[in-house]
Design a protein around this ligand. Structure first.
Ligand code: AMP
Length: 367
């Protein structure tokens, strides 16, 4: 995820995939024009990168020139354009190839090609690295296309959003801002149960640090062995270990629409680490949604769960009360951390599972 001005973008085509499209375009131009000393005419600013890459793959002689165009104040349908730069090459009797980075409706390239015909070239071809066939609506034939694209707003590889983004070696596509929600509440509040439902509903990735630790314990990893010594007693696993693990989990799905963090952060240091991690990805915590449940209800629920969950930390009332105590001491103060940023949303966590999902959804919808 990458933020440019006010919009969010996610990776769309890798540098390698773009290179294949350039190769494809270069192949066609070499096949047809290698011996014709064409003039490649790049349209600024977008086509500066494709022209640089494309001409280095052209095997014959060629000339390179640039033009900048500006839409005329005429109506869209007439598509008048003005050349914004002087054309410093004589096109008469030359084989001319207009090189575009991307063609969508085709308004500019159509108007430009009509204008250039006045210069009496021997031939005038249109080449574009990318074409959006769904929106292209001109009679003019696009002679050479590197690759077709869906009708999406892209930046990178010469293409910009409000002048930024041209330097990106990959292509990015506009996307919605991420929803990163900290699902909060004491042990037994129902975070895991609700997260499973909400992740489906909102298309988010659910990261439960407790589940990841338990997975590691089951598979007898070093991390599992270390975590178990803390978990069985109802204590927190040290921040350093937990934060490192959380980061690794987040890195597994860089293209997600967002995350539900369940059981993380549990300390001040973890909350700060999460902020830094998300900031490095040009995103942030959208909100903390907290399930508020009475302590006695928690103890009851956890004892009940302990009968079937097989979790040693659910098996005994003393450990359960210890976990709730740890929660109030180390974790509950995080409410203030998010409240200070106007990001705390409390929800009544008692009632039926469906009722609670509805209440949480009402908050998720706002974030
Ligand atoms: P949970 O499944 O969220 O109830 O977590 C079970 C246990 O895993 C906790 O009691 C801690 O020992 C450990 N744990 C889970 N998440 C964290 C965290 N963010 N920081 C430290 N320890 C954690």
């Amino acid at each position: 995820m990458r933020k440019i001005h006010d919009l969010y973008f996610k990776p769309y085509l890798s540098a390698k995939e773009i290179e294949s499209a350039v190769d494809n375009l270069a192949y066609q131009l070499n096949r047809d024009l290698k011996d014709q000393t064409p003039v490649f005419l790049g349209i600024l600013n977008g086509s500066y990168i494709v022209l640089a890459d494309l001409t280095r793959k052209f095997k014959g002689d060629c000339e390179v020139a640039f033009l900048r165009t500006r839409s005329y104040l005429g109506t869209e349908s007439t598509g008048e354009i003005r050349l914004d730069m002087e054309l410093d090459v004589n096109l008469t009797n030359r084989v001319v190839v207009i090189v575009e980075d991307i063609v969508d409706t085709g308004l500019t390239v159509d108007a430009l090609s009509r204008k250039l015909k006045d210069h009496n070239p021997a031939a005038l071809h249109i080449a574009t690295l990318f074409l959006k066939p769904e929106v292209y609506n001109r009679e003019l034939k696009i002679d050479y296309v590197g690759q077709n694209l869906e009708n999406k707003f892209v930046v990178g590889y010469g293409m910009d959003y409000n002048n930024l983004g041209r330097n990106l070696p990959e292509l990015y596509v506009q996307t919605k801002p991420m929803k990163n929600i900290v699902l909060f509440g004491p042990p037994g509040a129902g975070k895991g149960t609700q997260a499973e439902r909400l992740k489906e509903k909102y298309g988010l990735i659910h990261i439960s640090t407790g589940d990841v630790f338990r997975y590691n314990i089951k598979n007898a990893t070093d991390l599992g062995t270390l975590a178990k010594s803390y978990m069985d007693k109802g204590n927190l696993v040290p921040d350093e270990v937990t934060i490192k693990m959380l980061k690794a989990e987040v890195e597994k799905t860089p293209d997600t629409a967002g995350f539900i963090f369940d059981g993380f952060p549990r300390t001040d240091a973890q909350a700060k680490a999460l902020d830094e991690l998300l900031e490095s990805k040009d995103t942030e915590v959208s909100g903390m949604v907290a399930l508020e449940v009475d302590d006695e209800v928690l103890v009851e629920r956890l004892l009940e769960r302990g009968k079937s969950s097989g979790r040693p930390d659910d098996a005994n009332e003393q450990v359960i009360r210890g976990r709730i105590h740890v929660y109030y001491k180390q974790t509950a103060p995080l409410k203030n951390y998010y409240q200070a940023q106007d990001k705390y949303y409390g929800v009544d966590g008692e009632g039926s599972i469906d009722e609670i999902t509805d209440r949480l959804s009402a908050e998720f919808d706002k974030l």
